[in-house]
Design a protein around this ligand. Structure first.
Ligand code: ZN
Length: 151
């Protein structure tokens, strides 16, 4: 178990140190800006949706390692999915980070996103981990330029 925890910590640090899809997108079909006032995390999400599929997704932001690595992992995990699949994955992810510590995790659906499962034990960190997902969902729902806060 401790090996697994270590692996997951490495994964989070790796995404923080080498964020994937961290860039602005000039031809995005929608964007949204998210802010977590508890920690000061900021994440902007850019989406290019074509025929109901997320053809491209990127983010920009500043904040703690959890918020930025979660944003990086979010982009990797929703790219190529349909809008419905991305929204469903958000539900599963949100359920994971807000569950009772010790409750089961839907590992099959989550894949490497399970690296953030431990934040459920740290209420202040849940908002860090879910910020990019809330912002992605707001952008999918056409709430362009809307300020998303996790409060
Ligand atoms: Zn944070």
């Amino acid at each position: 178990m401790s090996d697994l925890v270590e692996l997951y910590q490495e994964l989070v640090l790796d995404h923080n140190n080498r964020p994937r899809n961290k860039r602005a997108m000039e031809d995005a079909s929608s964007t949204a800006d998210g802010y977590n006032p508890l920690c000061g995390d900021q994440v902007s999400v850019f989406l290019k949706v074509e025929d109901g599929v997320i053809a491209d997704v990127s983010f920009q932001g500043v904040g703690c390692a959890i918020s930025q690595s979660s944003a990086s992992m979010m982009t990797q995990n929703v790219k190529g999915k349909t809008v419905e699949e991305a929204e469903a994955l958000f539900e599963v992810f949100h359920g994971m980070v807000t569950r009772d510590p010790g409750a089961e995790v839907d590992s099959e659906s989550l894949g490497e996103l399970e690296a953030l499962a431990g934040v459920c034990a740290f209420p202040n960190r849940i908002k860090c981990a879910s910020l990019a997902w809330h912002t992605m969902a707001a952008s999918l729902n056409g709430k362009q330029q809307e300020q998303v806060t996790t409060e």
